[in-house]
Write a protein that binds this ligand. Structure first.
Ligand code: HEM
Ligand SMILES: *[C@@H]1O[C@H](CO)[C@@H](O)[C@H](O)[C@H]1NC(C)=O
Ligand SMILES: *[C@@H]1O[C@H](CO)[C@@H](O)[C@H](O)[C@H]1NC(C)=O
Ligand SMILES: *[C@@H]1O[C@H](CO)[C@@H](O)[C@H](O)[C@H]1NC(C)=O
Ligand SMILES: CC(=O)N[C@H]1CO[C@H](CO)[C@@H](O)[C@@H]1O
Length: 272
């Protein structure tokens, strides 16, 4: 065997080990409002304690765990660093730094979390009642589709808009929230058509686990800024939600929004 083969074998074995190892957070471990990062930490692709995350650590974990590209990992990793309180020069962050409401990522109208205002400031814990309203759209289906995922997402916006007096939905959050819908149907299914078994989607959100034992494998097509941009456009076309005035969906505006910046002005946005 060549040295290259041995190395590849070693890499795939260590990754396989982590797909089969899973444990929930224990005392002292921290988690985030993100089912993707929490799953990666529960499997040990990210440090199980959820602390000390750097951009290189994210790039490797997102690649090994779900075939998500370094382009996405780098920009959103930058937003993760911005979330460290009082340190604009931070080089690592902890998962619970991501809880801060409206900055730079956490936002209202999540698929599986209550709005901050509606739930006494708990803007990060999984909420089955909320997630059930998303699953209801898939009633009678065994797989996701772009059409249905889009409607379920838009319903979260219109629902919270009506009942949350502090509801905030900036152009940045428009992109983030479409991006998050694109992410779950990409990584649990595929980044082109967004067809994911509902069983996998439920395990991903409800248990924060990669459904390896149930047959899921990382998609062979990489999820990256290009696939996410195309899917955001397809999702938006499917539900017809009005695009904020002046906003274009391009790789550049995606980089700004995922990086924590206003995609129209390019400024660091800190909605109140
Ligand atoms: C494999 C890569 C990733 C996947 C599949 C993923 C998936 C998701 C999904 C599906 C949501 C929506 C949850 C909901 O609406 O209830 C979400 C939310 C979030 N993600 Fe990730 N994510 C990934 C990577 C990251 C990274 C690298 C960061 C930051 C460094 C991040 C930060 C967040 C935050 C802060 C939220 C909360 C937004 C909110 O709903 O308020 N994610 N993610
Ligand atoms: C889930 O969210 C709803 C709606 O915001 C809220 O009323 C409820 O208290 C939350 N449930 C839990 C268990 O946090
Ligand atoms: C969101 O949750 C975090 C963690 O509990 C909390 O520190 C923060 O104040 C919350 N945001 C708001 C606006 O209440
Ligand atoms: C969903 O049902 C269709 C049609 O019966 C079938 O072809 C497909 O394999 C099923 N998918 C899953 C994930 O069970
Ligand atoms: C190769 C690798 O990342 N292995 C990790 C798998 O997960 C466990 C924790 O569950 C870590 O200790 C390993 O380092």
């Amino acid at each position: 065997m060549s040295r290259v083969t041995v190395l590849l074998l070693a890499l795939s074995l260590s990754a396989a080990q982590n797909f089969s190892t899973w444990s929930p957070p224990g005392p002292g471990d921290v988690r985030s409002p993100c089912p993707g990062l929490n799953s990666l930490a529960n499997h040990g692709f990210l440090p199980h304690n959820g602390k000390g995350l750097t951009v290189p650590i994210l790039i490797k974990a997102l690649n090994d765990g779900m075939n998500v590209g370094a382009d996405f990992a780098t920009v959103i990793g930058g937003a993760g660093l911005l979330s460290v309180p009082g340190n604009l020069l931070a080089t690592s962050f902890d998962l619970d730094n991501l809880d801060e409401h409206n900055f730079p990522i956490e936002h209202d109208a999540s698929l599986s979390r209550a709005d901050c205002y509606e739930n006494n400031g708990d803007n990060y814990s999984f909420n089955q009642t909320i997630f059930d309203t998303v699953l209801a759209y898939y009633d009678g289906m065994n797989e996701t589709s772009i059409q249905v995922a889009a409607k379920a997402k838009y319903n979260r916006v219109t629902t919270e808009e009506k009942r949350d007096p502090k509801f905030t939905y900036t152009p940045q959050q428009f992109i983030l929230s479409y991006g998050e819908t694109a992410l779950y149907i990409s990584v649990m299914g595929d980044p082109i058509y967004g067809v994911a078994p509902i069983e996998y989607v439920k395990i991903f959100f409800e248990q924060e686990r990669l459904p390896y034992a149930e047959g899921w494998r990382p998609p062979t097509t990489q999820t990256n800024l290009l696939t996410l941009g195309d899917m955001i456009l397809a999702l938006n076309a499917a539900n017809g939600e009005e695009i904020p005035e002046g906003l274009e969906i391009t790789t550049n505006t995606l980089k700004l929004a995922f990086g924590g910046y206003d995609p129209i002005t390019g400024l660091l946005s800190h909605a109140l």
